[in-house]
Design a protein around this ligand. Structure first.
Ligand SMILES: [Ca+2]
Ligand SMILES: [Ca+2]
Length: 372
C-alpha cells in the first residue's frame, strides 16, 4: 500500500488553486511503541513484554476527496524518518523529517469540495533497514460550507494505539475571493487595468480610472468642459484649446473680440474654435477659414455635378449610336431575306416556263397526251 501512495505522490501535479487548507500539527503519541499488529516496532528490543526501543516513525499526510478515495487529490507529504521517538511535538516546527516537509502543511484544490467535504489522512510507518512496518492510520472528514470560518480548535485524532493533535484552517488562495473562493481578482497596474481588489474580490479602480472600462480608461471630466476646452481626464481638468485663453477659455488669443460664452459639451472639446457662436464676435482668421472651407465645398460640388452631366451625355451618345447600328443591321437582314425569296421564286418560274416550252415543242398532233 505504501508503494501505491508513493506512486500517486510522484504523479501529483500542483496547479494554481482556488482554496488552501492549512494543517497545523501538535502532539503525536504512540505510548506503547507498537505496530498495527501489536508487535513492537523493533522485535529484538522487548523486555518483559515491554517495547524498549521507540519506532522509527515515517509519516504520510494526505488530503483526499473522501474516505473511499485511493489517491490524495488535494496533496500529500511523506516525511521520511522523524527523529525523536514516539512522543513528538510539532508545535512551532518549520519542517518535519528527513524530507524537510514544510510545516504547517498546505493542501489545495481548484474547485470547491463536492458535498463541502474533504478527508484528512495520516499513515505512520516504522522504518527499518530490512523494510518498513505499518504502525497505524488516523483519518477524519472535514466539512466546510464556506472559506471564512478561520482556524479550528486543536483536535485530537485517534487511531488504535496512536494519536495526533491538529488544527485546520481552510481559506481562499491568493487572488481568490468569495464564500467558496470562486471569485478571481488580481491587482493590476498596466494596460490590462489599474485596480486593486477589496475583501470580496471587487475591483477598486486606481485614481480616476473608470470601472465601466475595467479600469483601463479615465472617467470623463466632471463637470464637462466647454467647446473651447479639452478634457484632461487624468486630473479632471479642462485645458484651453488653440485660439482661446482665460479661466473659462472664452478669450480669443488672435483677435480683439469681446469674450463669448462657450458652448458646453458632453464630449471632449473640438480643436477648432466654435463657428456657431455670435458671428459678430468671431475672429477674422476664423471667418476667413470658414469662407475658404465653404468655397472649397462649392467648387468641389460644382466639379462633381459637371463631371456627372458629361458622363451622362457620353453614355447617351453611345447608346443612341449602338441602337442605330442595330436597326441598319436588321433592315439589311430583312432585305437580304426578301431578295433570297424572290430569287427562289424566279428560279421556280423559270423551270415552269422551260417545261411549258418543251411540252409545246413536242406536242403531238391532236393535243397533249398524258405522260406515262
Ligand atoms: Ca520494525
Ligand atoms: Ca524501527
Amino acid at each position: 500500500m505504501m508503494i501505491v501512495f508513493l506512486l500517486l505522490l510522484s504523479l501529483l501535479k500542483y496547479t494554481e488553486s482556488n482554496w488552501v487548507l492549512e494543517v497545523r500539527l501538535y502532539q503525536y503519541s504512540n505510548p506503547t511503541s507498537r505496530r498495527s499488529d501489536r508487535f513492537c516496532c523493533d522485535t529484538d528490543g522487548v523486555l518483559d513484554g515491554i517495547c524498549m526501543n521507540p519506532c522509527d516513525n515515517d509519516f504520510l499526510f494526505c488530503l483526499r476527496v473522501d474516505v473511499t478515495s485511493p489517491s490524495c487529490q488535494y496533496g500529500a507529504y511523506q516525511t521520511g524518518l522523524v527523529a525523536g521517538g514516539d512522543e513528538l511535538n510539532f508545535t512551532g516546527v518549520a519542517s518535519i523529517g528527513e524530507n524537510n516537509v514544510s510545516h504547517p502543511l498546505l493542501f489545495n484544490g481548484t474547485q470547491w469540495p463536492e458535498n463541502n467535504q474533504v478527508d484528512f489522512l495520516v499513515r505512520v510507518f516504522d522504518l527499518d533497514p530490512d523494510g518498513s512496518n505499518f504502525i497505524g492510520v488516523i483519518g477524519t472528514p472535514l466539512t466546510y460550507t464556506n472559506a471564512s470560518g478561520g482556524p479550528s480548535d486543536i483536535i485530537t485524532l485517534r487511531g488504535i494505539r496512536i494519536s495526533i493533535e491538529a488544527s485546520f484552517d481552510l481559506r481562499c488562495d491568493t487572488n481568490y475571493y468569495g464564500s467558496q473562493c470562486d471569485v478571481f481578482c488580481r491587482t493590476h497596474d498596466e494596460e490590462l487595468g489599474h485596480y486593486t481588489c477589496d475583501s470580496q474580490g471587487n475591483k477598486i479602480c486606481s485614481g480616476r480610472y473608470d470601472i465601466e472600462t475595467n479600469c483601463t480608461m479615465f472617467l470623463p471630466c466632471d463637470p464637462v468642459c466647454n467647446s473651447n476646452q479639452q478634457c484632461i481626464p487624468s486630473n479632471n481638468t479642462c485645458a484651453c484649446i488653440d485660439g482661446w485663453r482665460g479661466p473659462a477659455c472664452n478669450q480669443c488669443t488672435n483677435c480683439t473680440a469681446t469674450p463669448v460664452t462657450p458652448l458646453s459639451t458632453t464630449t471632449m472639446a473640438t480643436m477648432i474654435p466654435s463657428t456657431t457662436a455670435t458671428s459678430g464676435s468671431l475672429p477674422t482668421n476664423s471667418r476667413r477659414t470658414a469662407t475658404i472651407i465653404y468655397a472649397s465645398i462649392a467648387v468641389g460640388g460644382l466639379l462633381i455635378i459637371t463631371t456627372m452631366v458629361v458622363l451622362i451625355i457620353i453614355t447617351l451618345f453611345f447608346v443612341h449610336k449602338r441602337n442605330n447600328k442595330e436597326i441598319r443591321i436588321n433592315k439589311w437582314r430583312t432585305t437580304k431575306h426578301q431578295l433570297s425569296t424572290l430569287f427562289i421564286q424566279k428560279t421556280r418560274f423559270q423551270k415552269l416556263l422551260d417545261t411549258y416550252k418543251y411540252m409545246k415543242v413536242t406536242q403531238p398532233p391532236g393535243g397533249f397526251q398524258k405522260v406515262q
